[in-house]
Design a protein around this ligand. Structure first.
Ligand SMILES: [Zn+2]
Length: 346
C-alpha cells in the first residue's frame, strides 16, 4: 500500500492536479466514500509551492455541488439536458415505503425523480405484485434531489428519468434502515457469466422486465448480456417480440435492471436518446456482448496510477442547471426527531 505522501508525489509528477486525486475512476455502481477535499495541512503533507499555487484554479466538479443539494429545486418539474449530463427541477421523492415497494440505500438520498418516473416505478411495482408473482419491488437509485452528476457510481441518472430496480424480490416485512444499507442484491449469473443461474432466475424475472418494457414511456432497459440472452430464448416463439428491442445489454446489471423513460412533455430542454434499433437485439449485438463478458478481466498494467477522468463542471451542464442549483434552500430545515420519518415518507 502506498502512503498518501508517496501517492501525492506520483500524481504531481504525472501532472495530476492535487484537488482531483481522490476522484480516480472506480467501477460503476461501486459505493465509495464522498471524495474528500484534500487538506494539505491536516494530511501532514508539505505545502505545494510556487508554480502549482499560481496554476489556474480548477472549477469545482458539478458532482460536489449537486451531491450537496439535499432538497429538490422548488420549480416546475423539468428534466434538463441528457441522461448523463443534466439536472432535474421540481423532483419528487419515491416514498421509501409503498404498498408494493421499498426503497433501498436511503443514506444516498437518491429516491428522487421526475414525477412521471416516480409514478411509473410505483405502477410497475403494483402491476408486478398483481400480475407477475412479485411480492413487491426493492428499488435502488433514481436521482439526487436536483439530479446532476453524483459523487459515486452512475454516469447517468442525472435528469430524474432513470431508475434501478433490484432483481431480488422484496421480503414480506418492512426492512429496517440498516438492512436497506446492508442487504446485498442477488446476482442472476451462472458461474460461466454468459448465462443466468436457473436456480435463481425465474419466469417472474422475465415477466417483470417484459412488463417494464411494455410501458410506452419506457425508452430503454439495460440488463446484463446473460439476462438478455435468457429473455431472447424464453420468447423465441412469441409472436410479439417488439418490446425486446428496448432491452439492451450493458455491463453490470445482473443484480438489478435499469429503466429509462423518455423525455416528459414540457421538458423542453431534455435531450432524447436516439430510438433503439427496431430489431429484437437477439442477434449479432448479443453474440458480441457475450464474447466480451466471457473474457476474464485484464490485469491492471504496471506503472504509475492513471490520471483521473476529467470531471463534469457546472459550465458543461445546460445553463438552466445553475438556476436549479440556486433555487430555494439546498439543505432541509431541521425537523424534530419524532416527525422526521413522517416527513420523509411523504
Ligand atoms: Zn442504473
Amino acid at each position: 500500500m502506498r502512503t498518501p505522501a508517496v501517492l501525492l508525489a506520483l500524481l504531481l509528477a504525472a501532472g495530476v492536479p492535487m484537488t482531483l486525486h481522490a476522484q480516480q475512476a472506480a467501477p460503476a455502481n461501486t459505493p465509495q466514500p464522498a471524495a474528500p477535499k484534500m487538506d494539505v495541512k491536516k494530511a501532514g503533507l508539505p505545502p505545494v509551492s510556487g508554480k502549482a499555487k499560481a496554476a489556474k484554479p480548477i472549477p469545482q466538479p458539478a458532482k460536489e455541488l449537486f451531491g450537496a443539494a439535499k432538497t429538490p429545486a422548488p420549480l416546475a418539474a423539468r428534466s434538463i439536458g441528457f441522461y448523463a449530463k443534466g439536472c432535474l427541477a421540481g423532483g419528487t421523492a419515491l416514498p421509501v415505503d409503498g404498498p408494493a415497494w421499498q426503497a433501498m440505500r436511503l443514506s444516498r438520498n437518491r429516491n428522487w425523480g421526475h414525477p412521471e418516473l416516480v409514478a411509473l416505478v410505483e405502477k410497475l411495482a403494483l402491476d408486478a405484485k398483481q400480475h407477475d408473482g412479485w411480492p413487491g419491488l426493492l428499488v435502488g437509485d433514481l436521482s439526487q434531489p436536483r439530479g446532476g452528476p453524483m459523487l459515486t457510481g452512475h454516469a447517468s441518472h442525472q435528469v430524474g428519468l432513470d431508475a434501478d430496480i433490484w432483481l431480488t424480490p422484496m421480503p414480506s416485512r418492512r426492512l429496517t434502515e440498516k438492512e436497506r444499507e446492508d442487504l446485498s442484491a442477488t446476482s442472476m449469473l451462472a458461474a460461466d457469466r454468459v448465462s443466468v443461474d436457473p436456480n435463481i432466475w425465474t419466469a417472474s424475472h422475465a415477466k417483470l422486465i417484459r412488463r417494464a418494457a411494455s410501458y410506452e414511456a419506457v425508452e430503454r432497459i439495460f440488463v446484463h448480456p446473460a439476462i438478455k440472452k435468457a429473455l431472447c430464448e424464453a420468447t423465441a416463439k412469441d409472436p410479439d417480440r417488439k418490446w425486446l428491442s428496448k432491452v439492451r445489454p450493458m455491463w453490470g446489471h445482473h443484480y438489478h435492471f435499469h429503466v429509462r423513460i423518455d423525455c416528459p412533455k414540457g421538458s423542453t430542454n431534455c435531450e432524447a436518446q436516439p430510438a433503439p434499433p427496431g430489431e429484437d437485439g437477439c442477434g449479432k449485438e448479443l453474440t458480441d456482448w457475450l464474447a466480451l463478458v466471457s473474457k476474464p478481466p485484464k490485469p491492471e498494467p504496471p506503472g504509475p496510477p492513471k490520471p483521473p477522468r476529467p470531471q463534469i463542471t457546472l459550465d458543461q451542464l445546460p445553463a438552466d442547471c445553475r438556476a436549479v442549483l440556486a433555487s430555494g434552500a439546498r439543505v432541509p430545515a431541521p425537523v424534530p426527531a419524532t416527525s422526521a420519518k413522517a416527513t420523509q415518507a411523504k
